[in-house]
Design a protein around this ligand. Structure first.
Ligand SMILES: [Zn+2]
Length: 198
């Protein structure tokens, strides 16, 4: 069947999003076409803002609209308590729950030799620098409870061992293979408050 190249191209782009198959992508595109100029205009403006304004925090690699993210800018946060996470979406899960008053370090992924993700592909050098600054008293490892997340946690514990800070790991009564960002607030709270020394 012959289609419209513009529609096919847009469906192709949308179907690359996680959890969106070709069918859902088609539905989204038809929705945009049906609702016309306003929705498309809003989409363009918001995508442009994403491209032009959102970058990574120079300190913790969280998403930011300036040099620093809102956490690193906040002088009331406890910078001696550093929580290391895989992705900005994990950080958002903590922030949404609202009980963590420390600061973060976002790795930008997890160790995964099969996908050729080693320590040099992650934000490890800047983490090491922060640990060696002497400011961090406790490193909370909050990588996901997956095989790769566990391997990353072990690597982080090694990395931190020379810095002299206490190293803890979230208490995973969390389901193995689960992802932090999908946890409800009370499970996340339990995981943090029950954290154990690594
Ligand atoms: Zn930051």
């Amino acid at each position: 069947m012959k289609g419209l190249p513009s529609v096919d191209r847009a469906v192709g782009v949308f179907s690359r999003f996680p959890g969106i198959g070709k069918k859902s992508a088609q539905r989204m595109i038809y929705h945009l076409l049906r609702h016309g100029v306003d929705d498309v205009e809003q989409l363009l403006v918001s995508l442009q803002a994403l491209r032009d304004r959102v970058k990574y925090c120079e300190v913790c690699h969280n998403l930011a609209e300036g040099d620093l993210c809102w956490v690193c800018e906040d002088a009331k946060r406890d910078s001696s308590l550093l929580c290391v996470l895989e992705e900005p979406s994990d950080l958002m899960a903590f922030e949404k729950a609202g009980f963590f008053n420390g600061v973060y370090h976002v790795l930008g992924g997890r160790l995964n030799p099969l996908d050729e993700v080693g320590p040099e592909q992650l934000n490890m050098v800047s983490l090491k620098k922060r640990l060696l600054s002497g400011q961090v008293k406790e490193l909370v490892i909050a990588t996901n409870p997956t095989v790769e997340g566990e391997a990353t946690a072990h690597f982080l514990a090694q990395l931190a061992s020379s810095s002299g800070c206490k190293v803890t790991r979230l208490a995973y009564g969390l389901p193995m293979g689960g992802e932090l960002e999908y946890l409800d607030e009370s499970t996340l709270y339990q995981a943090l408050s029950g954290r154990r020394e690594f």
